[in-house]
Design a protein around this ligand. Sequence first.
Ligand SMILES: Nc1ncnc2c1ncn2[C@@H]1O[C@H](COP(=O)(O)OP(=O)(O)OP(=O)(O)O)[C@@H](O)[C@H]1O
Length: 303
Amino acid sequence: MQPIVVNNISKSYGNVQALRDISFAVEPGELFGLIGPDGAGKSTLFRILTTLVLADKGNTFVNGMDVVKDYRAIRRQVGYMPGKFSLYQDLTVEENLHFFATIFNTTVKANYDMIRDIYEQIAPFKDRQAGKLSGGMKQKLALSCALVHRPAVLFLDEPTTGVDPVSRKEFWEMLQRLREKGMPILVSTPYMDEATLCDRVALIQHGAFMQIDKPQHIVDNFQTKIWAFRAANTFRLIRDLRAHPGVTSCFAFGEYLHVVLTTDPASVKIDLQAHHPDITYKPAQAGIEDVFMALMQAQTETS
Ligand SMILES: Nc1ncnc2c1ncn2[C@@H]1O[C@H](COP(=O)(O)OP(=O)(O)OP(=O)(O)O)[C@@H](O)[C@H]1O
């Protein structure tokens, strides 16, 4: 049985169409990523899947059950870490964990094997109020609380947003271990680099899926040539490249600008050299960001 099945879901809030005809399924034991910027519709999809919001159209099944008819049973069987910090700030680490176990009618002791890996990292702070933990610690506690009732499916809405890079890496290592244990996980992130850590991803923008595939397939199937330009005055270089008639798109990528051209890079270099005497370029390896930007641009041009 596929733990998550979504068929043709749409959802509007007044005039805002948050989701447009979304369909996908998550396979058993799969780590599936929803990758998209703020406002793309990720949280709305999580709220529908966790039975907190009703879709206008379509149907959705979690662990084989209908999110509308079987909402009570689904709520007992899923672990959900919402985007915003979900813990009780004035309860301690230990109290939060016991609270979440209790509302699911279970105990921390009964399910300790489920959270041991994660909880042991925050156990030295068990008497500290949740509100006084660092961002990374809060996320570990929130994940422990989402797992303490031994859910069948795990929903994580932007778990690493605003978390430092080391904690982000640790968090994804924990997700990999949960996946190895067979836990199906739907996780959203605005960070494109995290896409490569998922089994499959959906690239989402303006409430629509632009592509669903394995991250490596998405990159391998991207045929567009990317050039990496650089000069001392990055800000002006972005402006000048975007104004150049031979430039299709240009965005910052670390210390370089990733550029798609309709002309050859040498002529662009010559054209911009007067204002950028140190301008250089080289071929770039396309990443998920490049695919995302190209798809976004195509979507904007056709809408
Ligand atoms: N309760 C609501 N009422 C009105 N509009 C809403 C509501 N919730 C979300 N929206 C709008 O729906 C769209 C999708 O929002 P959603 O929160 O699902 O996106 P997101 O990808 O999770 O982004 P974010 O990370 O900013 O939450 C946005 O335009 C948002 O402003």
